[in-house]
Ligand binder design. Structure first.
Ligand SMILES: NC(=O)c1ccc[n+]([C@@H]2O[C@H](COP(=O)([O-])OP(=O)(O)OC[C@H]3O[C@@H](n4cnc5c(N)ncnc54)[C@H](OP(=O)(O)O)[C@@H]3O)[C@@H](O)[C@H]2O)c1
Length: 364
């Protein structure tokens, strides 16, 4: 079967479509025929060698944690699914025609398995963050709410009865509002903007994008223990918490069940790539990450064409222009890569809202 592999760390070009043996499930694992496989930033960090601490790659590696598809085989002690069932979840080497899942749930009726291929990591993370935050009522703030984790979080939090204020670039505000959040721009003046839309006060805050906002979030909440980041590992210096999947504070299947329980739960799929285009898909994800880093350091200047990118909807354009003219920091584009594989044929797909936005000068 075909699998996306790499034999050395490096740029996305190290990824090649390779013939490998079909996987065999171990105890408590299943093998699926992959319908869709999301790309997460962790995939690109691993491929680049950023997680290897200078060591060379010992042997050829696959890539990918998210996937959905049809169960082909179950390992020992697996009793809740059977061959032919449609499932989504988290596994390993998922950018392949077949992959092992270690955590899964049935895809809800009516949900496209391609879309569900992007749910695993985002849903697990969202459920973990809400559980660790431990807030039952009131208003929470999400910094970086328009990405995959943020989109899942808004829906799970709304399902728990929480009011959600999310920060995003202006062009994503309508999207956040469609998910049930109140959208505000990030950048300077964040505390004042959030206070203006939340006179009731903020019960807790989650930093998803690592945009250097921990002190702002603590100021809004008033209690560092109610501020958690998944991307800013300096947060504990200010008394806030960091959450990682490695700590295993929650069961991923609880998160999957929570998403399944929400009628209409969805993650927006923006652009599709074929499996053979995995390098291009991860490359786009890499560029997105670099742009975010530059925004955080304040290097990226304001450009009018960002507003032009908003003009896909008249309402969005009006909102964007008015906000930009008020001098709010804006952002380039939300880039969320979701590599997917349709059930029929080997047609993979990547979601990416940046598709119609102008290229960034200096970026390939
Ligand atoms: N520790 C963990 O357990 C864990 C688990 C999953 C993910 N993560 C990490 O969490 C991060 C988010 O993951 P994701 O899958 O949601 O990524 P994603 O889909 O790429 O979304 C990232 C979001 O960050 C937003 N952003 C960029 N600059 C920002 C700024 N200055 N202020 C606020 N938001 C900003 C972007 O929003 P706009 O486009 O609207 O600007 C974008 O939607 C990644 O760094 C990932 O590696 C950690």
């Amino acid at each position: 079967m075909k699998s996306v592999q790499f034999t050395s760390y490096g740029t996305p070009d190290v990824l090649t479509l390779t013939d490998v043996d079909t996987p065999t499930p171990g105890p408590g694992e299943i093998v699926i025929a992959v319908a869709g496989a999301g790309i997460n930033q962790l995939d690109t960090k691993i491929r680049s060698g950023a997680m290897a601490q200078g060591a060379a790659l010992a042997s050829p590696s696959g890539t990918g944690f998210d996937a959905a598809g049809t169960v082909l085989e179950t390992g020992s002690s697996v009793e809740d699914v059977h061959p032919g069932d449609l499932v989504f979840g988290i596994g390993r080497n998922t950018l392949a025609e077949q992959a092992i899942l270690t955590q899964w749930a049935l895809i809800p009726d009516g949900v496209d398995p391609v879309e569900a291929g992007a749910w695993g990591v985002a849903v697990e993370t969202a459920n973990r963050l809400l559980t660790e935050l431990g807030i039952d009522a009131g208003t929470i703030v999400l910094s970086g709410a328009s990405g995959g984790v943020g989109s899942a979080l808004i829906q799970l939090a709304r399902g728990r009865g929480l009011r959600v204020i999310g920060t995003a670039s202006v062009k994503n505000h309508i999207y956040l509002e469609s998910l049930g959040a109140v959208a505000v721009a990030y950048g300077g003046g964040l505390v004042e903007r959030v206070k203006a839309v939340a006179p009731e006060g903020i019960a807790g805050a989650l930093d998803l994008s690592g945009a250097g906002v921990i002190s702002d979030l603590i100021e809004l909440v008033g209690d560092p223990a109610k501020v958690i980041s998944i991307s800013d590992f300096t947060a504990p210096k200010l008394g806030a918490r960091v959450s990682t999947g490695a700590a295993r504070t929650t069961n991923p299947r609880d998160g999957f069940a929570e998403a399944r329980s929400l009628s209409g739960f969805s993650l927006h799929i923006e652009r599709r790539y074929t499996l053979a285009e995995a390098a291009a898909a991860q490359g786009r994800r890499d560029r997105s990450h670099r742009r975010q880093a530059r925004r955080r350091s304040g290097v990226v200047p304001f450009h009018l064409w960002t507003a032009a990118a908003e003009a896909r909807s008249a309402d969005a354009a009006t909102t964007a222009r008015s906000r930009l003219s008020r001098g709010h920091e804006t952002a380039w584009c939300r880039v969320r890569a979701v590599l997917t594989h349709r059930l029929s044929g080997n047609d993979y797909a990547l979601s990416d809202r940046e598709e119609t936005a102008p290229a960034i000068p200096g970026e390939a």
